[in-house]
Design a protein around this ligand. Structure first.
Ligand SMILES: Nc1ncnc2c1ncn2[C@@H]1O[C@H](COP(=O)(O)OP(=O)(O)OP(=O)(O)O)[C@@H](O)[C@H]1O
Ligand SMILES: [Mg+2]
Length: 360
């Protein structure tokens, strides 16, 4: 493990060969992010995944499973106490291995993030216009007049009414939904290749949630931008993402096309999560069932399946050793479960599977 701040700069990249497959927008390789110097919390503990340009990936899992720390690792925006190993490549740039200035240069243009609580992210005593324009003049190097013009355009794009007038509003003069739209506008200002939205609608009522998610979907499509949509509410990613990744206790346990994961989840946790989500369990014709128990102690992580203590199908082999990632019926659907739900087979073990969530 390496302290993020202490790592040497390691810009990567080799010239692309004409025959090479397109470089993924995001590639996470066997990432571990542990927090705390002594007896660390293994918040992210061996995650690998890829996102293509313009793709929308949903990342779901219950509270405490490591979604936000994974997001922050991708941004290279981690607490002081964090130690990391593995790699995060954003458009080919080694985020965790880069010097802080190199990493900061990615923010806004390559990757931007929208957080859960727009109310707290905005400065309550500074007008919206100034908050938007300061970021743009600093990060994009444009003049104040251009930043102001751009701010009005962006507010219009995200559906804020009377955008020019809103520039002189204070955050408290806007509704929660409007504040979140402002945050999205600010995140879009640098035309990022990847937008990470970490529980962007949790603080909002259901109707406004839907509007904000529809907005994210629209701007993603308009800009051909990658979207990593993080939520503990599975119902929110259904129909809004190309693929869904399910995280449990610091690891990915299943990843695949969203309709496939929702219709036929293979990992016992993914299936239980679906059955514990009211609107989805009804739609699937199954009974709503809470998942008994809670996440394991993140400081005492084990190699075997971490869901086993809560799993009705668990066997001794599940906890004896790492569970390899297996391929379901299609190569782009994978899961790490020895007793999967569904069509009897255990799935074929991925040739490169290492039991730690390798994707594709
Ligand atoms: N700054 C921190 N210092 C120590 N531990 C932390 C810190 N931030 C998060 N954790 C721990 O890391 C683990 C993963 O937390 P994380 O916030 O990533 O979960 P999450 O999946 O985003 O949950 P939620 O759905 O509630 O947002 C948890 O055990 C959490 O308590
Ligand atoms: Mg979180």
């Amino acid at each position: 493990m390496t302290k993020t701040s202490a790592r040497p700069s390691a810009p990567l990249t080799t010239a692309a060969h004409a025959a090479d497959p397109p470089r993924p927008l995001l590639e996470v390789r066997d990432l571990r992010t542990w927090l705390g110097a002594e007896d660390p919390v293994r918040a992210v503990d061996g995650v690998s995944l890829r996102m293509a340009r313009g793709e929308a990936l949903g990342l779901v899992g219950e509270s405490g499973s490591g979604k936000s720390i994974l997001a922050r690792s991708i941004m290279g925006l981690l607490p002081e106490s964090a130690a990391t190993s593995g790699q995060v490549l954003l458009d080919g740039v080694d985020v965790l291995g880069s010097a802080p200035a190199r990493r900061a240069a990615l923010w806004g243009r390559t990757v931007a993030m929208v957080f859960q609580d727009a109310g707290r992210a905005l400065n309550p005593v500074v007008r919206i216009g100034r908050q938007m324009c300061e970021g743009m003049t600093r990060h994009l190097g444009i003049s104040s007049a251009d930043a102001r013009r751009r701010a009005v355009e962006l507010l219009g794009e995200v559906g804020v009414p009377e955008p020019a007038a809103r520039l002189s509003s204070y955050p408290h003069e806007l509704s929660g939904g409007q504040r979140q739209r402002v945050m999205i506008a600010m995140a879009l200002a640098g035309e990022p290749d990847l937008l990470i939205a970490d529980e962007p609608t949790t603080a909002l009522d259901v109707t406004v949630q839907r509007q904000i998610l529809d907005l994210l979907g629209r701007v993603r499509a308009d800009r051909d931008m990658g979207l990593l949509l993080i939520t503990h509410d599975l119902a929110l990613v259904a129909g809004r993402t190309d693929r869904t990744a399910v995280m449990y206790a610091g690891r990915l346990v299943e990843i695949g096309p969203t309709p496939v994961v929702f219709a036929a989840p293979r990992h016992r946790y993914a299936s239980a999560l679906l059955e514990s989500t009211p609107s989805l369990s009804t739609a699937r014709g199954s009974t709503l069932r809470a998942i008994p128990g809670g996440l394991p102690d993140p400081r005492r992580a084990t190699d075997g399946c971490r869901f086993a203590p809560r799993c009705e199908a668990a066997a001794p082999e599940c906890v004896a050793r790492p569970v390899p990632f297996a391929m379901a019926d299609r190569a782009d659907h994978r899961f790490a479960c020895l007793r999967p739900v569904g069509p009897g087979t255990r799935g074929r073990v991925c040739p490169e599977g290492d039991g730690r969530g390798r994707d594709r």
